[in-house]
Design a protein around this ligand. Sequence first.
Ligand code: AHG
Ligand code: MN
Ligand code: MN
Length: 345
Amino acid sequence: MQPASRIREIGEFKTLEQFIIERQLEVSESTGSFSRLLRDISVAAKLVNWHMRRAGIVDVFGQTGEINVQGEVQQIMDALAHKEFVRALKRGGECCLIGSEEHSEAIPMRTSIDTGRYIVLLDPLDGSSNIEVNVSVGTIFSIYQMPDDVSEPTLESALQPGTRQVAAGYVVYGSSTMLVYTTGHGVNGFTLDPAIGEFLLTHPEIKTPRTGKMYSVNEGNYNSFEQGLKEHIKWMQHEDSDSGRPLGTRYIGSFVADFHRNLLKGGLYIYPATHKNPEGKLRLMYEANPLAMIVEEAGGAASTGAGRVLDVVPTKLHQRVPVYIGCVDMVRTAESFLRGELRYP
Ligand code: AHG
Ligand code: MN
Ligand code: MN
């Protein structure tokens, strides 16, 4: 008989702050600036979490009446999350430029760069249409450094390919609240202990399986998918017990929550080009790139269908991109169907 697993005491876990300080040299500086930046992000995440946990009690459900730069209805919580992150980053002083899904322009933090040379691009609240119905939502962030030869924080300085991210992460506000991040040296996950208000290292060195049993796509859009994807989906649904098919479908409609589940359990998330969104729906700079960096660090892959997400050279802050992300074998199979190398039936 298996021995019952021992319940760990809170004091046994490393806190996010301890972990960040231990690892700060990974981002090639020893001034503590990056540690402070991550701490500012984690403070904002705790504040958003606090708003979220009270959302049914105080009146923060519903819409602001604004349409955001994406042409989407802005929820009150979208605006609140944006405000908390901008405020925390401004106060911290390590960030010189913010790009947010909820703001049309890049937001400079000061006119010239003295100390803070980090650029933070973020989706303050991902999956916001799910808030009212108590379904997991999240925050996604991507961190770059100002290029050395640039002295003013401009939009152009933020338009760097995903390969240049110095760190990326997300927070899932779910049945528990977790912060997961990477600096390019492994992926680590921290669970918020609400009793002491600390993120604790509960998921060290996350690795995603090579393949999985779930795929995630909004199949309501099936008729507007390209032929290769239609065949791929029918192939995943085909019964073949030797290869573990049919696969199951899981689709929450919060990218970050679908991604988090697939990262831990194995799976493939797809948001392809559709008639309504011919360039895909997800935003390159603050949805696709950060999660692509994380998945690659965890041993998975992220593709636009035509190439690596992280290699896309951005031209716009709010650029959209088709996304195939998850277990490496599943992403490669999807690409083979899209290229017509695999066919079904
Ligand atoms: P956001 O709430 O930040 O606008 O993102 C919504 C995104 C993403 O989270 C999700 O996977 C996708 O939109 C769902 O889109 P569909 O409703 O078209 O499936
Ligand atoms: Mn989003
Ligand atoms: Mn959002």
